[in-house]
Design a protein around this ligand. Structure first.
Ligand code: NDP
Length: 512
């Protein structure tokens, strides 16, 4: 490495002097590390390094890139304990949340993209069917965009940030990852893993810093993959518009769950509790509000309350030591408190929790709210905490109307007799809807996932999840031709007449 690069690498890892950010463990309040707060100039330097490295990375081809990433897959599994401990220490989540939703996801995602990248980005022959091009060869192809900026949030420092780097890298791009300022350590560890897996220098870089570092990154890259709040997503898109840089956005949500009277109530209650409290409720696609048909409402609420009542909350010190971890982001604790306070003031009741847990660390008690309605923030705004508001509805139609009464459209779930539930799921205004299940669709990397309305732009996973990191090129090849095609200059009356007749004849076959 050149000396300038060394300075940058050291500074990324927090040893290069200059402005620094303290990283805290939200479960204990202790400062566990310091990382560099990179300036716009530093980001521009990283971009130059990334662009220079990308050429060789792309030239390596799919097989060689897949080999590097398969080694990374093994590295992630070999270093799972270290990764989990790092994730747990900077987010305050439980070991299970870190292992199942992050390590497990990453293993599946690398395996999937390493296997399918070449197929998804292979040349595609297109059949010529329009009259003017019959006999021509039509091909679409995909080429790496160059340098991708991935801006990630704090709730899943591996899945939600690095998850997008995997297809971006396999497509032949360089990547600069800007993690959230409060959870940068996992990303730095991943950079170490990629280097040990044989990724060439400069192909993957981590730009630690605050919002300004993210904003600077938008100016430097060929495409931005952003995950975070709708508000910041709008800022990213507005900034990217200045350079006409494409963006993909995965934003906030307020995912509804509908419980029909013919649902398996035990399963519905188990999943409602698990997917609302998983990761301390800090999951973009989850269960954030529930609508239950009147005949089964009381029984469902009782089951949920019983199950939430036995959850253990606290600092996760090893596997199976707590079910619900800390609130990762200090400001989030205030938002959760505000939403619950607002609901209680408007007539809701908290059947469990309803308050911040006293003592050290940032915890909010698992909270079940009833007697809720859409005048309350807890039912309409993203709470992003361990809360589960449950509303009684007259029937499925009212449930659907309320489920769709939201600016968001990320995910949703319907529980009930399969065909009835599926019919309702298809009418839900959300990018991904589960029937008798929830959230698990996210780990189905073969299934596209993207938000409707204010929940996002573009999709993750499936073929589109890697093609978005490329530019599409169309190749049009003339194989058999005359020196001068008949429709070209000079125009002659007889030829024009024959052409017009031919067009009418060819397209006149359509049904009236
Ligand atoms: P943000 O959307 O503000 O942050 C996401 C990422 O964008 C972070 O890396 C952040 O850096 C960065 N960033 C901030 N400002 C800019 C900018 N102007 N240009 C480019 N990048 C920027 O999320 P927050 O962490 O503030 O959380 C706010 C809310 O978002 C939460 O309350 C929650 O409701 C929602 N959220 C949704 C998530 C999802 O998965 N959809 C994930 C996390 C939060 P930095 O952190 O250093 O400021």
């Amino acid at each position: 490495m050149a000396s300038a690069d060394t300075t940058i690498a050291q500074s990324i890892n927090g040893h290069g002097g200059g402005a620094e950010i303290a990283v805290e463990n939200p479960a204990t309040g202790e400062v566990i590390a310091h990382v560099a707060d990179l300036s716009a100039e530093r980001v521009a330097e990283l971009a130059r390094i990334g662009r220079a490295a990308q050429v060789g990375w792309q030239a390596l081809g799919f097989d060689a890139r897949a080999r590097v990433m398969k080694r990374m897959q093994k590295w992630v599994m070999d270093n799972a304990d270290r990764l989990v401990e790092t994730i747990v220490s900077e987010t305050g989540k439980t070991y299970e949340d870190a292992f199942m939703a992050e390590i497990n996801y990453t293993g599946g995602a690398i395996a999937y993209w390493a296997k399918h990248a070449e197929k998804f980005l292979a040349d595609e022959k297109v059949r010529a069917t329009t009259l003017a091009v019959l006999g021509k060869k039509l091909v679409t192809r995909y080429e790496a965009l160059g340098l991708i900026g991935v801006i990630g949030p704090w709730n899943y420092p591996l899945t939600n940030s690095f998850g997008d780097c995997i297809p971006a890298l396999l497509a032949g791009n360089s990547v600069i990852l800007k993690p959230s300022e409060i959870t940068p350590l996992t990303s730095l560890l991943l950079a170490e893993g990629l280097a040990q897996s044989g990724l060439p220098d400069g192909v993957f870089q981590v730009a630690t810093g605050r919002g300004e570092t993210g904003a600077a990154l938008v100016d430097e890259v060929d495409m931005v993959m952003f995950t975070g709040s709708t508000e910041t997503g709008r800022k990213v898109m507005a900034r990217a518009a200045q350079t006409l840089t494409p963006v993909a956005l995965e934003l906030g949500g307020k995912d509804p769950m509908i419980v029909l009277s013919d649902a398996d109530l035990e399963r519905a209650a188990n999943l409602a509790v698990y997917y609302s409290m998983l990761n301390g409720g800090q999951t973009c696609i989850s269960i954030e509000r529930v609508y239950v048909e009147e005949p089964v409402y009381d029984a469902f609420v009782q089951k949920v309350v019983d199950k939430v009542g036995v959850l253990r909350q606290g600092q996760s010190t090893g596997p199976a030591t707590a079910e619900v971890g800390a609130v990762t982001f200090p400001k989030q604790l205030e938002i959760i408190e505000e939403h619950v306070r607002d609901a209680l003031a408007k007539g809701a009741r908290a059947l469990t929790g309803g308050r911040r847990r006293p003592g050290k660390g940032m915890f909010y008690e698992p909270t079940v709210l009833v007697d809720v309605d859409h005048s309350m923030k807890a039912m309409t705004e993203e709470t992003f905490g361990p809360t589960l508001p449950i509303m009684k509805v007259a029937d499925a139609e009212q449930a659907l109307e309320l489920a769709n009464d939201s600016p968001y459209g990320l995910g949703g779930a319907v529980f009930g007799e399969r065909q009835r539930a599926e019919r309702l799921a298809r009418r839900m205004h959300a990018g991904a809807v589960c029937v008798n299940d929830a959230l698990l669709n996210y780990v189905a990397v073969e299934l596209p996932m993207g938000g409707w309305k204010a929940s996002g732009l573009g999709t993750r996973h499936g073929a589109a999840g890697i093609r978005k990191f490329t530019k599409q090129q169309s190749i049009f090849i003339s194989r058999v031709h005359l020196r001068n095609d008949v429709y070209m200059f000079p125009y002659r009356p007889a030829v024009s007449k024959a052409l017009f007749r031919g067009v009418r004849l060819f397209y006149g076959r359509g049904k009236r």
